[in-house]
Design a protein around this ligand. Sequence first.
Ligand code: ATP
Ligand code: ATP
Length: 220
Amino acid sequence: DRSPDEGGIVVIGLGRFGCRLAGSLAALDHEVLAIDRNAEQVQKWSAQLDRVVQADATEEGVLRQLGVADLGRAVVAIGASVEASVLTVLALVELGLPQIWARATSEKHAKILGSVGAHHVIFPEAETGERVAHLIVSRMLDFIEFGDNFAIAKVRVPQVLLGRPLRELAPAEHYGVRVVGAKLPGERFRYASDDTVLAPGSMLIVEGSIDQVQSFAALT
Ligand code: ATP
Ligand code: ATP
């Protein structure tokens, strides 16, 4: 049996999103097969990526000929054409790919991709929009929400946590957030421990409920 975590990854649709994705996967040392129906896009990316092929990915037979059925993972990065995106996912489902990731550009598009058989649906515009909203209205420097009201954020150290070991300052008791990482000025991020003593200018990684993380980030 094929393990989905092994073997190459096919990226379909080399728009702005697909290109960045394919480039990042290649940088992470994964074998990438990139497919786009547009000759110009194929030409443009053939120097940067190992394998770039011009083909219409909605055609199951074409995908089979390209050896896509032997790969473990596929990402459908087509956005604007819902029809092309859905038909491509369908073709990949028919080929039996164990891990199909598909990009949605609307809530309805996301629902359709799920019903057709995509295993993971991503909605970058919605996800990034929500994340950036949090960054704009709060003092958080970075933020990830995991659902069930749980979040992790990068924040500047507030005055109240300076100068004494975290054991004594007990941020979990007082603010409801756990300090998991700390970066002292001029140093790298490290795991925070009970003995960690923070200096002005330190950065922290904290986890907790969204409200607690946000209130903590608002402390100065
Ligand atoms: P981005 O926001 O990532 O730039 P987009 O939504 O603006 O994407 P799309 O029209 O979705 O752009 O197209 C992304 C890429 O997918 C384009 O390069 C297009 O040629 C390619 N594409 C569209 N349909 C197919 C298809 N059936 N087979 C292969 N590639 C396709
Ligand atoms: P997205 O990827 O977020 O869907 P897009 O790049 O496809 O965005 P754009 O053409 O950039 O779409 O437009 C995004 C929105 O910004 C549109 O609703 C458009 O009406 C609006 N917009 C464009 N120019 C201006 C402007 N000068 N003033 C106000 N709104 C504008």
